[in-house]
Design a protein around this ligand. Structure first.
Ligand code: HEM
Length: 382
């Protein structure tokens, strides 16, 4: 994809990718344009504004769960929903999780040490770490993580909401959450689910569909992308052995290595869909009301007009204003958490296994639209 983005940046930076009937879908690839798009009030998330309402029926639960996600709504709903969870994710609150994150990483690495042969860094480390952390923060049982993973992957890879697997897994996910909500109502804990149930009870802050949406979103967003951050950054280090050596020699570069990993192999390839609320003149193109616009974060992060030697992976890069976490009002809620998890993960991995190296030189990329991540990363540690 990177050579294609490079071509688009120079030849057609606001690119009409496809046309269905009256509607055009655009890809925006240059850094400045992407930022402008994500900041602009003319591009919104609520697509239902453009739909002809053919029936007056209430949407079913699954449809409404996906329509009510904070990531997919505009102000004022977005502002209200984000305010409810923001306190749990501010940098100070997240910093308090560091000892627990370190402990989980240590346990996983101890398990890896006992294994023989090649290790799959995704399966054995990059996946369990963030899913355990987000489960504990929300108050969902971390032992059920393989279920969350399956449900998340089905949801992320479904082409539309009518696929049988999608409906089946989402129903299971919601039934699971309903049971958990009932238990937690009986017996509240110091966790995010209990606090949102309290908000639901008090009325006017969020309703039941929004509560489901929020937990589904936080479980999915809270792990899929961080798995990719850890996997992609490690892969970039293996592909650039001199950078790996530099980091091993001086772990104070870990933070800048994470930022460079986020820029170089951005875990979220595209922002989620935006729709033009009215006709907009955007840098010489006319984007019509109802058109779909996708901003390529991966491309913006390799824009040669913004980053010097944009195609070079350099863990010591000091100016690195990448937009891997998005921009504007939907800027990633979990950025402080993802950064902390990435930092702990990579430091611990490199200190525990100083001889870590790539075992299979053809790591497998996952094919999930919007995301960039590995399904497997085989390494040798002994
Ligand atoms: C939003 C990236 C980790 C929760 C976003 C967006 C991006 C992003 C690009 C904006 C999407 C858009 O504008 O269309 C990432 C990356 C991560 C990461 C690269 C890891 C490296 C996390 C974690 C959480 C999280 C750990 C856990 C809470 C969210 C939520 C939103 C979001 C809730 C929606 C925010 C809103 O609509 O206001 N993320 N994310 N993310 N992210 Fe993350």
């Amino acid at each position: 994809a990177y050579p294609f983005y490079k071509q688009l940046r120079s030849l057609d930076p606001i690119f009409p990718m496809s046309q269905t009937g009256e509607q055009t879908s655009w890809i925006v690839t240059k850094y400045d344009h992407v930022k402008e798009l994500l900041k602009s009030k003319s591009f919104i998330k609520d697509q239902s504004k453009f739909m002809e309402h053919s029936s007056s029926e209430e949407p079913d639960l699954i449809t409404s769960v996906f329509q009510n996600m904070m990531l997919d709504v505009d102000p004022p709903d977005h502002t209200r929903l984000r305010k409810l969870v923001q306190p749990y994710f501010n940098p100070k609150k997240i910093k308090e999780l560091e000892p627990r994150i370190s402990e989980i990483a240590d346990q996983l690495l101890a398990d890896i040490s006992r294994k023989e042969g090649a290790i799959d860094l995704i399966e054995d480390f990059a996946f369990p770490l963030p899913i355990i952390v987000i489960s504990e923060l929300l108050g969902v049982p971390a032992e059920d993580r393989n279920k969350f993973r399956k449900w998340s992957q089905t949801i992320l890879s479904a082409a539309d909401n009518l696929e049988a697997d999608f409906i089946h897994d989402t129903e299971d996910f919601l039934t699971y959450l309903k049971k958990l909500f009932d238990e937690r109502k009986e017996n509240p804990q110091e966790d995010l689910i209990s606090s949102l149930l309290q908000a639901e009870e008090e009325g006017d802050q969020l309703n039941r569909e929004e509560l489901y949406s929020m937990i589904v979103l936080l479980i999915i967003a809270g792990h899929e992308t961080t798995v990719n951050l850890i996997g992609n950054t490690m892969l970039a280090l293996f592909e650039h052995p001199e950078q790996l050596e530099k980091l091993q020699a001086d772990l104070t570069f870990t933070d800048s290595a994470i930022e460079e990993g986020l820029r170089f192999y951005s875990p979220v390839d595209f922002s989620t869909a935006r729709w033009a609320e009215e006709d907009v003149d955007f840098h010489g193109r006319t984007i019509r009301r109802g058109d779909l616009v996708l901003a390529s974060l991966s491309s913006a992060n390799r824009d040669e007009d913004k980053f010097e030697n944009a195609e070079t992976f350099d863990i010591t890069r000091s100016q690195n204003p990448h937009i891997a976490f998005g921009y504007g009002i939907h800027f990633c809620l979990g950025a402080p958490l993802a950064r902390l998890e990435g930092n702990v993960a990579i430091k611990k991995l490199l200190t525990t296994f100083p001889d870590i190296r790539l075992y299979d030189s053809h790591p497998r990329w996952q094919h999930v639209f919007l995301l960039r991540g590995l399904s497997e990363l085989k390494v040798a540690v002994g």
